[in-house]
Design a protein around this ligand. Sequence first.
Ligand code: EPS
Length: 368
Amino acid sequence: MSHNRFGHLLTLTTFGESHGPAIGCVLDGLPPGIEISEEEFAHDLERRATGRSRHTSQRREEDLVEILSGVYQGRTTGTPLALLIRNTDARSKDYDNILQQFRPGHADYTYWQKYGIRDPRGGGRSSARETTMRVAAAVIAKKWLRQQHAIEVRGHLAQLGPLTPRSFDWAAVEQNPFFWPDAAMVPELEQYMDDLRKSGDSIGARVDVIAEGVPPGWGAPIYGKLDAELASALMSINAVKGVEIGAGFAAVEQKGSAHRDLIDPEGFRSNHAGGILGGISSGQVIRASIAIKPTSSLRLPGATVDATGAAVEVVTKGRHDPCVGIRATPIAEAMLALVLMDHALRHRAQCGDVVQVDPRIPAGTDTD
Ligand code: EPS
C-alpha cells in the first residue's frame, strides 16, 4: 500500500493497523533543536482518544508514545523522528462475523477491490486509529508554530447532526466531551447522543478549525496552493466528505461586492477568503471547515454482499463511535498544523529574505 506519506519539506509517514501490534509514524524534515519529551504528546492524544466519554467508542487505549529516533537529550536532532504507540486493547473477535463481508458505506469494499487482500480486524488501516499518529506528529508542529511564529491552531465541533451552537465561547470548547462552544447546550447534545446510541444508528458532524497569527506569504501559487494542500490534508482524514475554506460553498450565493474582503490601513474588514488569497496566506485568520459522514459500522442490519458476491445482511458488533466527528477536532487541528509547518519551512527556503512592505497587506494586493 503506497501513499502513506504527505508533505514536502516536512513529511509525515504513518504506518500500522488498528489491531496490529502497534501504530507509528516517521516525521522527517524537522528543524534540529526543538525540545520535546514523550509526556508532551499526552494532552492532544487524550483529546482524540476513544473511551474517554460514553459518547465515543469504548475501546480503551493508553496511547503512550515511545520516541524511537530523532531526539537526543530532549531535543530534535534534524534526523527522522520516529514515534510508536502500542495497541493494547484490540478485540478482533468483534469482527469475526464480517471477515468476508463488506459494510455498506465502508472502505471494506474498495480496499478489497483495489488490493485483493485486506486486514479486516478493526478495519485495519482504514480505521480511525490511524489518525492517532497525525495528532502525535502535530504536537511538535503546533509547538514549533507557537514558538517560532506565535501561531495558535484550534478547533471546535460546529454541528452535530441537526444541532448547531446557539452561542459561542472558546472557553467552553475544552470543558465538554464534544468540543462544543455553547456550554448551555451540552445536556441537549448528551441526550441526542444517548438516544442515537440506543437506536443503533450514527450521525455526521461538522468541525471548524482555525489558525491565528499566520503571517502573509505562506503557500504557493498554482500547484502548491495553501488552500489546496490544506483541503487535501483535511480530506485525507477518515470519514471526511467535504471541506470548506472561508466562506466555502456559501460563496455560491454571494455577490462579488459582498464576498471580497475590503482592505483599509488597519487591515481586512472581513474574512470570506478564510485567510488565503491566490493560494497564499493573507495574514488573516485561516479558517476551514470539514463535513464528517456518519460512521458505517452499525448494529442495524443492512444489505450487502460477501467476498463471493452473494447477498447477505451485515450487522456490525463491537465498540464503535456513533459520531466520529465528536473526537475529530484534534485531528483537524493536527492536519492544519502539519500543513502550516510544511509551508513555513518551504516559505523560509525560497522567500526567507523577502522584506514585506506591510505585514498585514501583502505586496501586489489588488486595491481597485
Ligand atoms: C474504529 C472502530 C473502533 C474504534 C476505533 C475506530 O475500533 P475497534 O472496533 O477496534 O474498537 O475504537 O478507534 C480507535 C481505536 C482510535 O484510537 O481512534 C473504526 O472502525 O474506524
